[in-house]
Write a protein that binds this ligand. Structure first.
Ligand SMILES: [Mn+2]
Length: 446
């Protein structure tokens, strides 16, 4: 009620001070956030420069159908490759890049024609025309109804194969398959080239990742402050995801993992229904998605705010292992080498903790994965690190007989000389975790 009353008071004032109405198209929900025109143009140019002559077809994601699709997991989410090359969140679109052998390259965006009857259901959509050109930075934006006639022209003008993305067994694009068949061209998978480009993030991508990670760090802090024995795991999940949406995250990058006690040793546990008990450790592996990019940050905390000596000893070994791997991050090193460094550190510093074995026997997953538009992002793991790559460093020890699992995961940007810890705002040391839980206990979510 209070908010409503304030709105009544503020509305006339706000109306007077509003800037001149923007062009209506800027308000189109289908257009999504503003496109970074310099970044998307540079990506398309880089793709052109890496390809021999041919025709590239990249489709967007399709609309989702309330009657036939399983919608509970997510709303519409753009195809990552299409988003990478256009920055657009509009469905049912096609990007065409033609690189003839001896003529200038051409870029055409195809959008479904506007359909007022449909828009009563879906809201306004971005349609073909000059507004779409201005928003996308692509000079030629045609209706998808023109695809067939453009196909005839392009196939006559440009030689070479049809390039498109195939991430499953078949091509992701029916349009591309039709063009290849009609033109008797080979269909060549664009994924390896796109993957190697997507592996090294540009400034726009790093800014999006920073925001996603910043939001996720806030959620970790809120979860630590809220945590107490007797809560359900889903209540911590709710705290986390409240912060995500409240800070403008679009969705979760993956299902939130809140694993307490025995569930702390299940790597991808996301049922989140158990009652958190006094004496439990709780693994919180969470990531907000912002502007198509996701974070992935894990913290492990004692439910009652104090690690037992045994929990602390295991925790500190995992943390020291993570630190050893972090300090080795720099251009030229491979993920395989980092993994080896972490395993060797765990083995050599186990002492009696995991007797009769060494603790590396209980580190049952890989140390790192690439991070980007996908939480396990695309890219070849044999590639030596270079500046602009973003990866996780996440050692863990899982002792299921003791119902004791610890994972600490941070997101790292490779720099020219080493690394930048992007998620360091979430407490890492046992002392900092305990301090945050103790002194933040009465704080409401900010
Ligand atoms: Mn991860």
């Amino acid at each position: 009620m209070k908010a409503l009353a304030l709105w009544f008071v503020a509305a006339p004032l706000a109306a007077q001070s509003l800037p001149p109405a923007r062009e209506p198209v800027a308000e189109l929900p289908g257009a999504g956030r503003p496109v970074n025109l310099a970044a998307t143009t540079a990506r398309r140019d880089a793709l052109f420069s890496r390809l021999p002559p041919g025709i590239v077809i990249v489709p967007s994601a399709g609309s989702r159908d309330l009657e036939t699709d399983v919608l509970q997991d997510s709303d519409f989410r753009q195809d990552d490759d299409f988003f990478y090359l256009t920055g657009l969140e509009t469905p049912e679109a096609v990007l065409l890049l033609t690189r003839p052998a001896d003529a200038p390259q051409r870029t055409v965006l195809f959008l479904p024609p506007r359909d007022p009857a449909q828009e009563a259901w879906t809201g306004l959509r971005l349609g073909p025309g000059p507004e779409a050109s201005r928003l996308s930075g692509i000079p030629t934006v045609l209706s998808t109804e023109a695809l067939d006639s453009v196909r005839a022209v392009e196939l006559a003008l440009a030689s070479g194969p049809i390039y498109t993305v195939a991430r499953g067994p078949a091509s992701d694009s029916a349009v591309a398959a039709t063009w290849a068949r009609q033109g008797r061209r080979d269909l060549v998978n664009l994924a390896p080239v796109l993957d190697s480009m997507r592996l090294v993030k540009d400034a726009d991508e790093i800014a999006r990742l920073r925001r996603a990670i910043e939001i996720t760090v806030e959620a970790q802090l809120a979860a630590m402050r809220a945590m107490k024995p007797g809560m359900k795991e889903y209540q911590i999940e709710a705290t986390v995801e409240y912060v995500f949406r409240d800070r403008g995250a679009d969705r979760v990058g993956f299902p939130s993992i809140i694993g307490s006690g025995p569930n702390s040793t299940t790597l991808h546990y996301d049922v989140n229904r158990r009652t958190i008990e006094d004496g439990d450790l709780v693994v919180m592996d969470i990531g907000a998605e912002y502007g198509q990019y996701t974070a992935d940050v894990t913290r492990t905390v004692p439910a009652n705010g104090r690690f037992t000596p045994r929990q602390r000893a295991i925790y500190e070994l995992v943390l020291a292992t993570q630190q050893a791997a972090l300090e080795a991050v720099k251009p030229g090193v491979t993920v395989g080498e980092l993994n080896g460094i972490a395993r060797r550190y765990l083995r050599e510093h186990s002492g009696d903790l995991c007797r009769p074995r060494t603790c590396d026997a209980f580190f049952v997953h890989g140390l790192s994965h690439w991070l980007g538009m996908r939480v396990h992002d695309v890219g070849d793991y044999r590639m030596p690190l270079q500046a602009g790559m973003v990866l996780t460093i996440e050692p863990g020890i899982y002792l299921s007989e003791e119902r004791l699992g610890v994972r600490i995961e941070d997101d790292v940007l490779v720099t020219l000389t080493g690394y930048e810890l992007l998620s360091g705002g979430a407490p890492r040391s046992a002392a900092d975790v305990e301090h945050t839980m103790k002194h933040g206990a009465t704080d409401a979510i900010r």
